[in-house]
Design a protein around this ligand. Sequence first.
Ligand code: MN
Length: 438
Amino acid sequence: MTNKIKFIHTADIHLGRPLSYGGNPDEELLEIFTQADKKSLERLVNIAIREKVDFIVISGDLYDREARSVNSSRFFLELCQKLDKENIFVYIISGNHDPAGRKKEPFELPENVHFFSSEEVEIKEFKKNNQVKARILGQSYRQKFESRSMYNFFTPPDKSVFNLALLHTALKADSRRYVPVTKSELLSKEDIHYWALGHIHQYQEINKVNPVLAYSGTIQGRDINEDGIKGCLLLEVDQDMKIKKEFIKLAPIVFKNITIDISEKDELKNISHLKKQVFNQAEKILNDLVNSPKSEVVEGYIIRWLIQGRSEVNQYIKNDRKEIENSLLSDLRSVFAKQRPFLWSHSIVLRTADKLPELDNLKEKNQLFKELENLLADLLEDPELEEALLDEWGEIWQGDPEAEDRENDRFFASQDLKKEILAESEKIIISELIEGGD
Ligand SMILES: [Mn+2]
């Protein structure tokens, strides 16, 4: 047992960042939303104590803002004191949200806590019974943007003990704001056994072994783009440097995007039917949660609904889309927000359209539709036309709209996707023509 090292890897805790839930939940639910990030971190600390870990590493963005709130800092101080009593160390680098440059901790943290310098890579030795068992290497952001690639200086004296490196990076060669470095550059540092990464809020393993490169993700999603369950990594290293990983769920609240396609549901004839459909889905989601081990951690969901497809119901929707969205939303909230586990609806989008008559049939009968089909085919085959089309569409970005490094998220449509968009446009044009009457 003594030869093993056990630690928790976490990052992007963003203490003090409120949840983006939409609407006006009642006081009780609001309290759950407001406390979610603290609860999640408290759970992490309790697990650290229960599992008797040696230390916790935090790979940047512990706080959401450079100007740390006294409230968040005080909360963190109390947790550190609790860990200190259990002899658990805490190693922290600053990220782009809480750079080391200007503002320092308002409270004096106990001695078990170490913040890495922003001026150079520091190597901290972790000792057990006076023997060095691990080295923790790290460097903090100096400012909001960090163009130093840092990794070059992550050079431990040897690999006889477990070398663990903390880095807050987008892991992109051309990211001048978030430590430009690539996966292969990190892999080239042969003496590092584990790269504990921060910055990307979704848990992911970039390299599974020798060395491990992993993002732990955030511990509590803050908006609908951070969907899915969040948590931290619990790691155990044996004397042969073999690493055992376990993802530990922590977040009390989970964001979810639910899409309901009503194209094939011919039984939906009116808004009441549609409402029943959505309510059934909401009930099922809560039932599934109650019957799953997740319910030990998850207290409820915040959901964005997307209802799409061609349906008869669209005759009622098309002229009052916003109104119907709002009425469904308030019905959902009034029923499911009070339940425990709760289901809070963030928003609802109705992307429905009228049912179409058989297209092939139409094209045979109508010369105009036939020509339309030819034109759309030309758009994909004639390079000049295709370029004009792409110009017309403009630039599209993908990923998180709030992300700071948007340039890398420019979206290029594949040939298949272009075909799909054109096929859908064809349907829209034809349905407009039919409905417009000629
Ligand atoms: Mn972050």
